[in-house]
Design a protein around this ligand. Sequence first.
Ligand SMILES: *Cc1c(COP(=O)(O)O)cnc(C)c1O
Length: 371
Amino acid sequence: MIPQADPGAGYRAQKEEIDAAVARALSSGWYILGQEGAAFEREYAQWLGEGQRAVGCANGTDAIALILRGMGIGEGSTVVTVSHTAVATVAAIEMAGATPLLLDIDPDTYCMDPDELAAVLDDPPPGIPPIRAVIAVHIYGHPCDLTPMLAACAKAGVPLIEDCAQAHGARHDGRMIGTIGYAAAYSLYPTKNLGALGDGGVLSTADHELADRIGAIRQYGWRERYISSLVGVNSRLDEVQAAILRAKLPRLDANNARRREIAAHYDAALAGTSLTPPARAEGVEHVFHQYVLRSPERTAIMAALKAQGVGTGIHYPVPVHEQSAYAGRTALGPAACAETSRASQEVFSLPLYPELTEAQIEQVCNALRGL
Ligand SMILES: *Cc1c(COP(=O)(O)O)cnc(C)c1O
């Protein structure tokens, strides 16, 4: 069976370098917020581009919550995002103390509907605190339609934050995702396009003062050891993970290119079937964190693929606003997330990671041709 995700393959592909990096971190005698973490932050910021600063933290959820805290967004604020996302995006808004307002998606790209965003910024739903930020989720590695979103945010005077947990290295009109909004959050969970071998997260911004403030907030609000000048939390990236990430970062662009190459094979195999390859909006460079198809016959198709040895997944089976834990806790936009609910019934994801072998890709393509 070809697994839908295989983080172990990413380790095996770079075993010697990663083992050496781990040994280096272990031998250093310094395990939290040391040289490896600082070097990873520098290298990640450099990879993002001129003027960026990066701050490591414990995971991608914290990266979002830390950005909000650093901006002073918490209780008494509404933060707009989508329901079609990892529940983490919404959990982070609540961790910061803010109220989530969930919008619907464009059914082709699965990203936030910019028209609904403009509508709620112009005329917010009644009874919610003032909207203080928008979080754009570049879901599956496909950049959001940022141009109209940024225009709507600018008009309303509300900053746009990017959730890049699935989109490290994607581009929008040639610009690196994560450098377009005010700040960006990235998960480094093992299956992500840049994955640690444990938990990890990083955030970026060109506002160096915000980066400094968050750098303190992530460790008890310390700017100076044992002196809390800000109210903080504990959300640190450890040295072993930072060393592993430094070994993996130089391969990220090539790995994303490989993901696109595999996606093109799947596209070709789908010609002549009833399934439509994932959309790519004009001017975007998709990084295929997931290769997502949709069909009302999802259950039967997934079973047929399984019979051919092809594992699949569903991202995500239950939208956030339909999760029992979030019932009554989130506000919805005027579209009431109708496309989101429909998508959650139909989407499924194929295996897609850079380490898939030619034989595995061919096996997936053969199974697709038979659908
Ligand atoms: C994975 C993910 C997160 C959360 O990251 P963790 O590292 O698991 O906390 C947030 N948003 C999206 C869209 C994700 O896919």
